[in-house]
Ligand binder design. Structure first.
Ligand code: AP5
Ligand code: MG
Length: 203
C-alpha cells in the first residue's frame, strides 16, 4: 500500500512541521503548496511574480493555478512511486474537486485534520513573525488567512468525512507528542509501518 495523504488544518496548526517529519518516517514526498509558491517568489519566476502580493496579504492564489502546479508535481517520479503527503492543498471546495479528478486513478487514501484552536495558532504565528519575519504572519494577514480558513477550507472536513477518508488528530502539545499521534492514526489506517524513529533524520 502506498500512502497518499492530505493534511488539513488551520494556518499554524503544524502541517509544515509534521509534514516534513512524516515524509521522512514514511519515505514519501512532502508537497507543500506554500513552500512551492515561496520558492517561486524567491526565484522571481513568472508564477512568483503573479502570487507575491496575494500571499503577502494573506489571500488565496487562484484555484486553477494552484491545481495545475499540484497536478504537475504529483506527476513526478517520487510522488508516483513512493506516495505523497499534500500540505496546504486542497484548501477550497473547487480545489478538492480538482484533486478528486487529478487522483481519480489512484485516490487519496487518508485525510488528516490537525485540530488546533484559533487562539493557539494565533500565538504560534505571532511568535514566528517575531522570529522569522514572514510577511503573511503580520496581524492583518493572519486575520485574513484565518477568516479564509473558516469560509473556504473548513467545509472540506465534511467533504472528506462523506468520502470516509477523514481522521481528526489533536494538534496540541509538543511536536513530538503530535507526531506520535499522527503516526499511530496513519499506520493503523493504512497498514504502513514506516521506518520507525521520530522523523527527524533529515534535519
Ligand atoms: P502555507 O505556506 O500553506 O501557509 P498556511 O496554510 O498559512 O500555514 P502555515 O505554513 O503558516 O502553518 P502550518 O500549518 O504549516 O504550521 P507550521 O508547521 O508552519 O500557505 C501560504 C500562502 O500560500 C497562503 O496564505 C496562500 O496565499 C498561498 N497558498 C498555499 N496553498 C494554497 C492553495 N492550495 N490555494 C490557494 N493559495 C494557496 O507551524 C507554525 C508555527 O508553529 C511554526 O513557527 C512552528 O515552529 C510552530 N509549531 C508547530 N508545531 C508546534 C507545536 N506542536 N507547538 C508549538 N509550536 C509549534
Ligand atoms: Mg506550512
Amino acid at each position: 500500500m502506498t500512502i497518499r495523504l492530505v493534511l488539513l488544518g488551520r494556518q499554524g496548526s503544524g502541517k509544515g512541521t509534521q509534514g516534513a517529519r512524516l515524509a521522512v518516517h514514511y519515505g514519501i514526498a512532502h508537497i507543500s503548496t506554500g513552500e512551492m509558491l515561496r520558492n517561486a517568489i524567491k526565484h522571481d519566476s513568472p508564477v512568483g511574480r503573479v502570487v507575491k502580493d496575494v500571499i503577502d496579504q494573506g489571500r488565496l492564489v487562484a484555484d486553477d493555478l494552484i491545481a495545475s502546479l499540484v497536478k504537475g508535481r504529483l506527476g513526478e517520479a517520487d510522488a508516483r512511486t513512493k506516495g505523497y503527503l499534500l500540505d496546504g492543498f486542497p484548501r477550497t471546495l473547487p480545489q478538492a474537486h480538482a484533486m478528486d479528478e487529478i487522483a481519480r486513478a489512484r485516490p487519496v487514501n487518508i485525510v488528516v485534520d490537525l485540530e488546533v484552536p484559533r487562539e493557539v495558532v494565533m500565538a504560534r504565528l505571532s511568535a514566528r513573525l517575531a522570529a522569522e519575519g514572514r510577511a503573511d504572519d503580520s496581524p492583518a494577514a493572519v486575520e485574513q488567512r484565518l477568516a479564509l480558513y473558516e469560509q473556504q477550507t473548513a467545509p472540506l472536513i465534511a467533504h472528506y468525512r462523506r468520502q470516509g477518508t477523514l481522521a481528526v488528530v489533536d494538534g496540541l502539545g509538543t511536536p513530538d507528542e503530535v507526531f506520535a499521534r499522527l503516526v499511530s492514526v496513519i499506520t493503523s489506517t493504512t497498514g504502513v509501518q514506516g521506518a520507525g524513529g521520530d522523523g527527524k533524520a533529515s534535519r
